[in-house]
Design a binder for this molecule. Structure first.
Ligand code: 0RQ
Length: 497
């Protein structure tokens, strides 16, 4: 598609010229939620600048804030250049993860829905610059974003200055897929005027004072989204178990006949879950109200299994994105991209009755969930939107394979080594072994349910012995033995006895 944009009254800059505006110690809000819509050329040039400054013996590090994870040109390049002093709210990049776990980058984990308001409230200090990818920008300051919204509108409002990557890879026809709305702030916070997943409540572009726009860097770069692995037998079985559980809830009349909107995490399990729901004979066509619209959603939409998708990013592999761009008007009627403050908003999640489905790293026998840390110490990715949805869901579900690392790890443990979601928020646990329905159960009953239905047979007897060997108070837990599984793994490389 040809790109009609003329630079009008904004200077055109090279990535290097844009990066020259960045000073050591600045805080920058970059567009991007997953690699979708992430700034690409300017962060790379900032990384090059950091290397030059470091070679000249000068300090050069910046605070990096984004919607969520990004692509390698942003987090990877900047981390490898040792250019990130602090980072929030989420990441999933190997080089950055290493920098965080080695203490070279300060990272604090946040619920994604609160990031924009925390910036407006001043909790994260001054934002010097916003760097956002756009497919169009008008002389009066209307910025049309690309494949994600994330926190870009807030970065643009709150930062002193704005640099735009005008990415000609994306058609200007994307205008209309976004719904940009910022809530009122306390003390007078009005209700967000949404009552269905498909309501549109805002504008189609981000409106800024054009004098804040320093200039434009023209690019033509695809999003750095990886293709999905084919699901294996375990993820397919987890998907089947989720669909079986939801169909039974529907049959029991606990989920309304017309069904409820689904929030589903990212990755292979989420793909398998959506696929299984789509092909289950009892589950009617449904809506998605989630963060990320990923590949599987597009196929299910074309088949009519998903009727509408509300998210904050269109995280599609290159072939699937081309499929969407070839039929953009069809998909613009069925997909809306909102700021993460709205896509993940607790008020809306509770109002719409979202069914949340997220993946855990480990779960304890009482239903506390660790989504973020390995063996209590090292950060994996971050809590992302899982807390926004779980705590406020109509039904909250956590999935994971019952074992990891070829069986050396039981993902069900006596006590989680880090806690992101407490027992109060976690209603259903599903592994490939089966379904544990924790609703209305006390801690011992929850533990019995999880051990009977979700634990891998290799670890079932030991967990059962643990539960029944403890002199119980309300929660049967042994402070001496609660981390025996973890300690054994760290000492011997396996949790097996
Ligand atoms: O490591 O690749 O080295 O083998 O941890 O596991 O299988 O790649 O899992 O991609 O589904 O990610 C929770 C991280 C799962 C993700 C998490 C090892 C395992 C592997 C990762 P290897 P997989 P997934 C928002 C949704 C938080 C944010 C969120 C996540 C690696 O889902 O980041 O929910 N969630 N966002 O071998 C030690 C254990 C382990 C373990 C697995 N118990 N101990 N290592 N691993 N279990 C909502 C949206 O709407 C998007």
């Amino acid at each position: 598609m040809t790109h009609p944009f003329k630079p009008r009254n904004f200077p055109e800059l090279s990535p290097g010229e844009a990066a020259a505006y960045v000073q050591n110690g600045m805080t920058i809000g970059f567009s991007g939620f997953t690699p979708a819509g992430a700034a690409k050329a300017i962060p790379k040039a900032i990384a090059a600048r950091a290397r030059e400054e470091h070679a000249a013996g000068r300090e050069f590090k910046i605070g990096v804030v984004t919607g969520a994870s990004t692509g390698d040109s942003l987090d990877g390049e900047l981390a490898r250049a040792d250019a990130i002093s602090w980072r929030t709210p989420y990441q999933s990049n190997g080089a950055l993860r290493k920098s965080i776990n080695e203490g070279r980058t300060h990272f604090f984990d946040m619920h994604l829905s609160v990031l924009p308001q925390n910036i407006r409230y001043g909790f994260l200090g001054k934002f010097h610059l916003a760097v956002v990818e756009a497919c169009d920008v008008t002389a009066d300051g209307q910025i049309v974003l690309t494949t994600s919204v994330g926190a870009a509108p807030t970065f643009c409002q709150e930062a002193d200055k704005i640099l735009i990557e005008l990415n000609e890879f994306h058609p200007v026809g994307l205008r209309g897929i976004h719904d940009i709305y910022e809530p009122y702030d306390p003390p007078i916070r009005l209700p967000i005027p949404m009552t269905t997943a498909h309501d549109r409540i805002g504008s189609r572009s981000v409106r800024v004072d054009p004098s804040k726009i320093i200039g434009i860097v023209r690019t033509n770069l695809p999003d750095e989204v990886a293709e999905f692995k084919e699901p294996d037998a375990t993820t397919l079985q987890i998907g089947e178990n989720v669909a079986t559980f939801l169909a039974a809830e529907l049959r029991a009349g606990r989920i309304p006949k017309q069904f409820l909107p689904i929030q589903s995490g990212v990755g292979n399990i989420a793909n398998a879950v959506l696929g299984a729901m789509g092909s289950h004979p009892e589950i009617p066509p449904f809506q998605l109200f989630s963060e990320v619209v990923q590949d599987s959603v597009i196929g299910l939409m074309e088949k009519g299994d998903i009727t509408f998708a509300s998210g904050t990013s269109l995280t599609l592999s290159p072939p699937v994105l081309s499929q969407v761009y070839a039929n953009l008007d069809y998909f613009k009627d069925r997909i809306v991209l909102r700021p993460q403050e709205i896509s993940n908003n607790p008020e809306i999640v509770r109002r719409l009755g979202i069914i949340s489905i997220n993946t855990a790293i480990e779960i304890d026998i009482f239903g506390n969930v660790n989504s973020t840390h390995l063996m209590g110490n090292d950060l994996m990715n971050g809590i992302g939107g899982s807390g926004d949805f779980t705590r406020n869901a109509f039904i909250s579900i956590f999935t994971c394979p019952s074992i990891a690392k070829g069986g050396d790890i039981s993902t069900i443990v006596p006590l989680v080594s880090h806690m992101d979601h407490s027992e109060h928020s976690v209603q259903v646990v599903i592994t490939e072994q089966g379904i544990a329905d924790l609703r209305g159960k006390d801690p011992t009953e929850r533990a019995e349910e999880i051990i009977a239905h979700c634990v891998h047979p290799d670890y079932r007897d030991e967990l059962d012995a643990y539960l029944h060997g403890v002199i119980a108070g309300h929660t049967p837990q042994s402070l001496q033995m609660a981390f025996e599984f973890h300690q054994r793994f760290l000492a011997t490389g396996t949790m097996r006895r």
